[in-house]
Design a binder for this molecule. Structure first.
Ligand code: ADP
Ligand code: MG
Length: 295
């Protein structure tokens, strides 16, 4: 079935039906001019937004609509939990060219909604527009965190150990991956880490951001980086949704399984350094994917 046959309102109705409506903390869900939420007592609201553009972030000759839908929500969930926040509600803006079929939009939403069900996140609204070119999916996710569990990039201190979950450098750029929800929330709620970031543009960028925001330096032992593929992808590739976080030595006993210590936070004057087995040291300056790089 073509989109033209059911039109914008038909499509919105269809999406609303699949979303199921309601959800804990949703006072007014989809269907009105705006959604209304009641945050849990004593919680702060965390908001994050991420967009996927066809041909920039995904290619439909390589990825299914379902996996693209899932990835769109995945990157938002990953950003939310790396702040220590529980994801609660999301809104979706989709821009669709007329070549897309209703079945394909269904698949896209299946991808998002299956992940949403898994983590008990409700779809609370969105916007539907036509696109003259690429498909665009933009998701805004709202989450909640108790102030004491909030995890920022800015809390790392010299002497803290740099830790990572899982393996870095996913060759599929996050398509087959799940966000580290359980791990991130347990790291935040057990007050294990002093800073945390999710890996969306490679380890080099994570280190740069933590060091910039915390005003510190870092030394990373290259041989200790757990690799999902090549070192280059681990350092400069993107979106494996693993967590990079810093832990004071005294709390290291509490480090969850499947986490590795890869280095140490130093004073800012130490810069950000990769240490190779040969003893060679390399300074990290920039790297990682940047939009507009090719222009
Ligand atoms: P308005 O014209 O007032 O912006 P819309 O027709 O865009 O209203 O949206 C009607 C309702 O449907 C709103 O509650 C909106 O949140 C929801 N909605 C619209 N598009 C989507 C979408 N792509 N996914 C989920 N909900 C949507
Ligand atoms: Mg609208």
């Amino acid at each position: 079935m073509k989109l033209r046959e059911i039109g914008e309102f038909g499509l919105i109705e269809r999406v609303a039906k699949r979303a199921g409506g309601g959800g804990e903390g949703v006072v007014v869900g989809g269907g009105d001019d705006a959604a209304v939420f009641k945050p849990s007592r004593g919680s702060l609201t965390v908001a994050t937004t991420d967009a996927l553009i066809e041909k920039v972030h995904f290619d439909l000759s390589k990825a299914s609509f379902r996996s693209v839908g899932r990835k769109a929500l995945c990157s938002n969930i990953s950003d939310c939990v790396s702040m220590g926040a529980r994801p609660r509600h999301f809104l979706v803006t989709i821009a669709l060219p007329s070549r897309v079929s209703v079945a394909q939009v269904d698949e896209l939403y299946d991808g998002m909604l299956s992940l949403a069900r898994k983590y008990r996140i409700s779809l609370a609204g969105g916007d539907t527009v036509s696109s003259p070119g690429p498909i665009v999916i933009s998701i805004t996710l709202l989450g909640e965190v108790k102030k004491k569990n909030l995890m920022l990039r800015s809390g790392a201190r010299p002497g803290d150990l740099i830790c990572v979950t899982g393996k870095l450098g996913d060759p599929r750029f996050g398509l087959g991956r799940y966000p580290r929800v359980r791990e991130a929330l347990s790291i935040a709620e057990s007050r294990l880490a002093t800073s945390m970031i999710d890996n969306s543009d490679g380890l080099a960028r994570c280190l740069i951001e933590i060091c910039r925001m915390s005003r510190v330096g870092a030394r990373v032992d290259v041989s200790r980086i757990p690799l999902a593929s090549t070192l280059d992808l681990a350092l400069y590739g993107g979106e494996d949704y693993e967590l990079v976080f810093t832990v004071p030595g005294s709390r290291l006993k509490k480090l969850p399984k499947k986490c590795a210590v890869i280095g140490e936070i130093t004073r800012i004057s130490g810069g950000i350094k990769l240490i190779y087995d040969s003893g060679r040291e390399k300074n990290i300056k920039s790297g990682g994917y940047q939009h507009f790089d090719d222009q």
